[in-house]
Design a protein around this ligand. Structure first.
Ligand code: SF4
Length: 317
């Protein structure tokens, strides 16, 4: 099966504030792929590079090197025509629906805009398509005439999702799509994304700092630390038996709804803040916070290796 997305050895760098210092690597040699219909979660703390990776996949950030194939089409260094064609296949849902929508554009116009701009529908056909998209995301048809400020946060995120679905993308990139929403509507939006994905056979890349959120949405999960993937595994495997100490620490921090389970949880201390990507630690980048670090960890970076159905970068794996 041809992957919808293949990322190989991707490096994304930003210029350092101090001109005498080398560029800062936000993404350091990431390789992953997503199959048609598959949902891949990308998790890690703030500043680990997951948004830089997502933004480079949708063409908002130009990588320094590496490869991004969307349906076998290279987009790193591609010309504008290729990038425009690619954007029909890859759409993004951002964190804050309030800033994703033009406050003066009516909801129906915003949803239909991608179809109109690409000349795919107009007039009555466009109107019908917009109404169908409103139905699809659980909004009322009369809400097409409203402005964004007349909707709740959850409804605005439904509008953003409808707009992203208008071109029937092969891949939906969701960057923290529920973190700006009230807790009470998060589950509704997550359920909607799962439902739409199953119905449309669409693949998705689901970026989140919250492992509890990703658990319910994704088939596989990639854990990122300081610009690198440290563990990538089927969701069931990763949540049942996390192999990387960083994954274990993140999972230990997820609260259990059941107080008995919560009390029985093994604590894995995760000390301090994530180091600056401008000055990453030597060897394994996680060694300064790892409770299991051994002497080799500060010297030699562990390679990402396949063990059964998991890819893991740890000397102890
Ligand atoms: Fe910890 Fe060493 Fe494994 Fe890195 S390589 S995660 S420091 S044990």
């Amino acid at each position: 099966m041809t992957a919808v997305l293949s990322v190989h050895d991707l490096i994304v760098s930003y210029p350092s504030r101090d001109r005498n210092r080398p560029p800062i690597r936000a993404v350091n040699g990431v390789t992953l792929n997503i199959q048609p219909g598959e949902a891949l979660g990308l998790v890690g703390e703030s500043g680990c590079g997951k948004s830089s990776l997502a933004n480079s996949i949708v063409g908002l950030v130009q990588p320094s090197s590496g490869s991004i194939l969307v349906r076998e089409q290279e987009i790193v260094g591609a010309d504008r025509t290729t990038l425009r064609a690619m954007r029909a296949h890859v759409q993004m849902v951002f964190q804050d629906p309030a800033t994703s929508l033009n406050p003066r554009m009516r909801i129906g116009t915003a949803i239909g805009e991608p179809l109109l701009v690409r000349g795919l529908a107009r007039g009555a056909a466009l109107h019908d398509r917009v109404l169908a998209l409103l139905d699809e995301v659980g909004l009322r048809r009369d809400q097409a005439d409203m402005l964004p400020h007349q909707l709740s946060g959850g409804q605005r995120q439904r509008v953003v999702i409808a707009r992203a679905l208008a071109l029937r993308p092969a891949l939906l990139v969701c960057d923290e799509p529920v973190s700006a929403l009230d807790v009470s509507v998060r589950a509704q939006i997550l359920n909607l994304l799962v439902e739409l994905q199953a119905r449309n056979g669409m693949a998705s890349l689901f970026v989140s700092h919250d492992l509890a959120v990703v658990r319910h949405v994704c088939d596989r999960v990639a854990v990122m630390y300081l610009g690198e993937i440290v563990e990538l595994a089927p969701a069931a495997t990763l949540y049942a038996t996390p192999r990387h100490p960083y994954t274990a620490a993140l999972l230990a921090a997820v609260p259990e709804p059941d107080p008995i389970l919560q009390r029985s949880k093994v604590r894995v201390p995760l000390a301090g803040e994530i180091p600056s990507p401008a000055n990453p630690p030597s060897g394994c980048r996680f060694h300064t916070r790892c409770p299991k670090a051994i002497s080799i960890c500060a010297v030699t970076p562990p390679a990402l290796r396949h063990i059964a159905d998991t890819e893991i970068a740890c000397h102890l794996a």
